[in-house]
Design a protein around this ligand. Structure first.
Ligand SMILES: [Zn+2]
Length: 277
């Protein structure tokens, strides 16, 4: 279901396609940034040059046919703040230390949040990841909406998907049967090793999501995609409308940035973008 798409040299991942929705999960291929950010770095808080980051963003948005669309993103904190984005959202009151590269008309920070949603066409919402789960939501009922959710293990334990959908449901009517969840490339259970205390928390939250790491006594491997499935099902989304990408960011160095693999902030980030068109 998921596949790499090429536009020129630029590579991104897509899954199921939808009418009137454009989205993508970026890779690290097809940008201009030099090591250690090579090459399609979209993160705005690195020491990479702002002109490189701007060019990378322009290429990526063009590849998604969203050249003229403003992109909203949040200051991600592994929390559960959720923001509705409209054409008048201009939250620039805070000092946002991450923002070296900041084009007021095109790249707009919506303040602290780990989930952003909109029901307006021509607005892109996005999340940054480099191992965490980028979760794209498509609501395709009579009142369409889209959302982008940053899902780390803390956010998933806090049921951020359920919280986001409940928040949207308090504003616009929709049925869980109209919702599709698409989880892009993230650290999979081949690589996401956790200690026993985190494993216990995850297992209590989602039974079966962890297994012992047979190579390291006392360590466990966690399947965060399974937690998305549980959280989505808990909201009532049909299992056949929850898609989990099998590509692992950590063991696929050629294609993806990974915090776990590099263990440093001196690396790039991917961005997952979605817009009603
Ligand atoms: Zn892996």
């Amino acid at each position: 279901m998921f596949s790499f798409k090429n536009v020129g040299e630029l590579l991104f991942v897509q899954g199921k396609s939808f009418e009137n929705v454009s989205y993508g999960f970026s890779s690290r291929i097809g940008g201009i940034s030099a090591p250690p950010w090579n090459t399609l770095n979209l993160a705005m808080k690195t020491d990479d040059s702002s002109s490189n980051i701007g060019e990378n963003w322009s290429r990526y948005m063009a590849a998604l046919n969203l050249e003229a669309v403003p992109v909203f993103f949040g200051k991600q904190t592994h929390g559960t703040k959720i923001r509705q984005i409209t054409s008048t959202t201009k939250d620039r009151s805070h000092e946002f230390d991450c923002l070296k590269f900041y084009d007021n008309d095109r790249f707009i920070c919506a303040g602290e949040c780990d989930a952003l949603w909109t029901d307006e066409p021509g607005i892109a919402v996005s999340v940054f990841t480099a191992d965490c789960l980028p979760i794209i939501v498509v609501g395709s009922g009579s009142h369409p909406f889209v959302a982008a959710i940053h899902g780390g293990w803390r956010g998933l334990v806090s049921k951020i998907i359920h919280r986001t959908l409940s928040t949207i449901a308090s504003t616009i009517p929709f049925s869980p049967e109209d919702v599709t969840l698409i989880v892009g490339p993230h650290i999979r259970n081949c690589c996401f090793e956790v200690s026993s205390d985190v494993a216990e928390t995850l297992d209590q939250n989602c039974s079966g999501s962890i297994k012992p790491n047979k190579d390291y006594v006392g360590k466990y491997l966690a399947d965060l995609g399974m937690m998305v499935g549980d959280d989505g099902a808990d909201f009532g989304i049909p299992a056949g409308q929850i898609y989990i990408c099998e590509l692992c960011t950590c063991c696929n160095e050629e294609h993806f940035y990974s915090y776990r693999r590099t263990r440093t902030a001196d690396r790039g980030s991917m961005s997952s973008v979605i817009s009603i068109v």
